[in-house]
Design a protein around this ligand. Structure first.
Ligand code: TRP
Length: 330
């Protein structure tokens, strides 16, 4: 039996964070044995907000370097840049015509982003989920590992696929969203009630994968906790401490009970330093490899060119089928 297909992506906006790593990439690495994987850098999605062109280019390359440095084997995974597989934009347009304004208006992320960028509520921001549906459906992906915030977009991708299949007969595989059991939702260090975000305005809220050890230590030392001085996993009542425990657990594979025991008689100061140390240790080999890869642009280029070439094979097949069905001459 052929392997199930996975597709996922990360936007090329902003620098990747510890949250992206522990919540997403680290899990992808675990799945590369079992699935046929497509991982893209969603640089077309990035255009929905204004970017400095040089920065967008650099971020795109940096994400590829991080994917590989974190352990995604470019021989076994198809790592590619969304814009280099033109089928995404093309299917995105077609699917726009099978998506309703009403369903897009309900998207939480659209509402949030419109509020945040009130001066630039562009049409791309509105149809963002349709392009994401195209990303997924082109590869007939069975599983789409996403964060909880992307589940609504996944639902709409399923709805579009089902709608299309109903009109034209079986065309798209209906994808399942996948939130890995082992994956952790990493929250901000300053505001542990919301997700650690690469677009955070307070830089102390976020650990970037590129942060040097002294910066990581400093940020953890400043992390918001509470006044109890007890290391205990209670996300509702102790979001700050619980988030730090989650990070520690992800980096050391220790359970919450083990961590509670380890810091039974220790204050927050020592606990925070230990969490920082674990993160620094976990990131060190990745950062080293990351720098090596970034310093080797030919290698990087080889990876994404080959990735796009492979991706195109499957994507163009799906797009041709779609065109046949709807009456677009190929
Ligand atoms: N919208 C996703 C995010 O912001 C990124 C993304 C784009 C994606 N296309 C995708 C994720 C397809 C999964 C599948 O996180």
């Amino acid at each position: 039996m052929s392997k199930k297909i996975i597709l996922s992506g990360i936007q090329a906006t902003g620098k990747l964070t510890l949250g992206n790593y522990l919540g997403a990439i680290d899990n992808w690495v675990k799945m590369q044995e079992e699935y046929e994987c497509y991982y893209m850098i969603a640089n077309l999605h990035s255009l929905t907000v204004r970017n400095d062109p040089e920065t967008l280019k650099n971020n795109t390359l940096k994400i590829i370097a991080i994917y590989v440095a974190a352990g995604l084997d470019p021989e076994r995974n198809n790592i590619f840049i969304q814009s280099q597989v033109k089928e995404h934009a093309e299917l995105g347009w077609i699917l726009n015509c099978y998506t309703y304004m009403g369903e897009l208006s309900r998207m939480t992320q659209f509402k949030d982003k419109s509020a945040k960028h009130a001066d630039n509520i562009n049409a791309g921001l509105f149809t963002y989920p349709v392009l994401m549906a195209a990303d997924i459906l082109l590869y007939q992906a069975n599983l789409v590992p996403v964060g909880a915030d992307q589940m609504q977009h996944l639902e709409i991708a399923r709805d579009i696929a089902e709608r299309f299949n109903k009109i034209y007969g079986e065309t798209f595989v209906i994808p399942e969203g996948y939130i890995a059991k082992t994956s952790s939702r990493i929250m901000g260090l300053q505001d542990p009630t919301s997700k650690m975000s690469k677009s955070a305005t307070n830089l102390n809220d976020v650990i970037f994968l590129e942060d040097e050890p002294d910066i990581i230590l400093r940020k953890f030392k400043k992390a918001v906790t509470d006044s109890e001085n007890i290391v205990k996993f209670e996300p509702e009542n102790k979001p700050g401490v619980s988030n730090l425990m989650q990070i520690y657990s992800s980096c050391t594979s220790k359970t919450m009970e083990e961590i509670e025991k380890e810091f039974e008689n220790s204050g927050y100061g020592n606990f925070k330093a230990k969490v920082a140390e674990a993160v620094i240790e976990k990131l060190e080999p990745i950062q080293k490899k990351y720098k090596e890869i970034l310093n080797n642009p030919e290698y990087l280029e080889k990876i994404y060119k080959k990735g796009a070439e492979n991706a195109r094979k499957l994507a163009s097949k799906t797009l041709d089928t779609v065109k046949e069905k709807i009456g677009i001459i190929i």
